[in-house]
Design a protein around this ligand. Structure first.
Ligand code: ZN
Ligand code: ZN
Length: 134
């Protein structure tokens, strides 16, 4: 069986530099077909304490990468939601096109379903700057 199909989530992105694209993820690496990966959620310390993660397969510029995504519980989403720094929440009232973006697609933490490493990192930065525990 093809190991690629064992990943629960696959993302296809256009072009980009993986160092830039995955910079807010706690770990990523080039996909190797003969390597055994974790296909279920798991707990690991990638330098941020023991957190729950899931491995996701990304295609970027025709290359494949295994990228770890933090798994958020309902409680974590609720805690972070009021401070969400996604593009939709941060849009000004006149930026209608941003305001009307799909919450799940922008990784809005208020939507509470899809974790976006970029939004999580920005939101934590904001919370830290306000002295809010996270
Ligand atoms: Zn959506
Ligand atoms: Zn949001």
């Amino acid at each position: 069986m093809n190991n690629e199909n064992k990943f629960k989530t696959h993302y296809f992105s256009g072009a980009g530099d993986p160092n830039e694209y995955f910079k807010n993820h706690h770990h990523w690496e080039s996909f190797q077909d003969d390597k055994k990966y974790e296909y279920e959620n798991y707990t690991h310390d990638y330098g941020y304490g023991n957190l729950e993660y899931t491995n996701t397969l990304y295609s970027l510029d025709g290359s494949k990468y295994v990228v770890v995504e933090e798994v958020f519980t309902k409680e974590m989403f609720q805690k972070y939601a009021p401070y969400c720094q996604c593009i939709k929440c941060q849009a000004s009232w006149w930026e209608f096109s941003k305001k009307s973006m799909c919450a799940c697609c922008v990784g809005c933490l208020k939507y509470g379903d899809r974790e976006s490493a970029d939004v999580i990192a920005k939101t934590r930065e904001y919370m830290r700057s306000k002295g809010i525990e996270y």
